[in-house]
Design a protein around this ligand. Structure first.
Ligand SMILES: Cc1ncc(COP(=O)(O)O)c(C=O)c1O
Length: 420
């Protein structure tokens, strides 16, 4: 699809890209300054991170998520994805994973030689994590003499942007404890939660059996800096994992880039300006994502309500017939149709392991109207001047509003077929 987008752009056609999952707000000036000030730091640093940074991150998790974490539970790596891979290498066992799920999990499982048991969640229930479905899949797996040891998912969830309630988390962790499953909880969007209940981690109710993943890619828009975090369980197993990770990190990446570690010290530190910035970025993501969500609902498109991050996961199954009349049978066909006819680029649900016939798409709001760094800066400055969500969208988001209007036209086109 990206190739086709390039072709279309080269031919002078406008394309609205809702495919990228990259947060694009500017680097916070204090964090940028810390990076510059530490440009001379050129020595190898400890494989799992400098001790003061591990302590700062532990305190951050306590401050923001109310999770008691000790410094030796914190390990850092070049992105949470690398840490997840390193942990899959260190841990034993097969993986059980609800779908739809972030596409990289499948690749990481293959790369680390882990068997992956994918368990589809219920579209009628917004794909929420359903313990009964996991339980059913475990029983079926047991009949084939398989027993997954690792439960992998993201919360907040990519691709639906839903979050787990405390009650759901409790139910899930009771199940995991009962089945002796180690939870790999990808919480890279944890700080981008705008649900009033806040971010809930399985580590709140099952600290001994949960590994939490995080990093600076999303809430600080620093994906390219490659900075990830894993919080290990406060147990003997956690200590063994820390040792294993030290060996793996030592063999592969040696340490996280030295100046980035010092800049991360500021990003995770208790600075009121940085805290206000993280909050502002979350509010901007919320305004942009909720705007498009409200528009979709207005046109009658069904979509899980986003409570974090910047994704929407609508289904167009309601228009199966008119779509079939246009040669659109799968979510991939639908993605192509939208690109060719409405110049909107999205990711098909099948990318996330979903049934192609569910006709679901993932729309990311993170890129529109922030295509250049200048635009990203101007939007951020505008929001600081006037944080009213409606005016923020109206004054600063011509392209986002254009996408809403094109999606309305698309739905109107499909509805025409129902008319007598
Ligand atoms: C669910 C999920 N986890 C992890 C990542 C990447 O994190 P990192 O940049 O820390 O490797 C992404 C990025 O798209 C993501 O969507």
């Amino acid at each position: 699809m990206n190739d086709r987008v390039q072709e279309m752009r080269a031919a002078g056609r406008e394309v609205y890209h809702l495919g990228f999952g990259e947060s694009r707000f500017p680097v916070h000036p204090l964090v940028a300054k810390a990076l510059q000030d530490n440009a001379q730091q050129r020595s190898y640093l400890p494989a799992l991170g400098i001790p003061e940074l591990r302590q700062t991150i532990a305190t951050f998790y306590e401050r923001h998520f109310n999770l008691p974490v000790a410094a030796n539970q914190v390990v850092i790596g070049p992105g949470s994805k690398s840490l997840l891979y390193a942990l899959l290498v260190a841990l034993d066992g097969d993986i059980i994973m609800p779908t739809p799920a972030w596409s990289s999990y499948q690749d990481l499982a293959t790369l680390s030689g882990r068997l992956l048991l994918e368990v589809p969640m219920d579209p009628g229930d917004d794909y929420r994590l359903d313990v009964n479905r996991l339980q059913g899949a475990m029983s079926e797996a047991a009949e084939q003499w398989r027993r997954p040891d690792l439960l992998l998912f993201s919360t907040p969830h990519n691709p639906t942007s839903t979050t787990l309630s405390l009650e759901e988390t409790q139910k899930l962790t009771d199940f995991a404890r009962d089945r002796e499953l180690m939870i790999l909880s990808d919480e890279i969007y944890g700080m981008v939660t705008y649900d009033s209940a806040g971010h809930v981690s399985p580590a709140h109710t099952y600290a001994d059996g949960t590994i939490v993943f995080g990093g600076l890619s999303k809430h600080m828009s620093l994906g390219g800096w490659r900075f990830g975090v894993a919080i290990l369980p406060p147990t003997a197993a956690g200590v063994a994992l820390e040792r294993a990770l030290k060996a793996i990190a030592g063999c592969i990446w040696s340490c996280v880039t030295a100046p980035v570690q010092f800049a991360a010290q500021v990003a995770y530190g208790d600075n009121p300006q940085v805290a206000a910035y993280m909050q502002a970025c979350t509010e901007m993501h919320a305004a942009r994502t909720r705007y498009l969500y409200d528009a979709l609902l207005e046109f009658g498109v069904s979509c899980p309500e986003p409570r974090a991050a910047f994704y929407l996961y609508p289904s167009f199954a309601r228009w199966r017939k008119p779509l079939a009349a246009r040669g659109v049978f799968t979510c991939q066909d639908l993605g192509h149709y939208l690109l060719e006819n409405y110049e909107i680029a999205v990711l098909p649900g099948a990318t996330f392991g979903d049934d192609p016939h569910a006709l679901s798409l993932r729309l990311s709001t993170s890129f529109l109207d922030m295509e250049t760094d200048e635009q990203a800066q101007s939007i951020t400055t505008g929001f600081y001047d006037d944080p009213d969500a409606d005016r923020f969208i109206h004054n600063q988001h011509p392209r986002l509003r254009e996408v809403a209007s094109r999606l309305a036209d698309f739905v109107t086109e499909l509805e025409e077929d129902f008319k007598p």
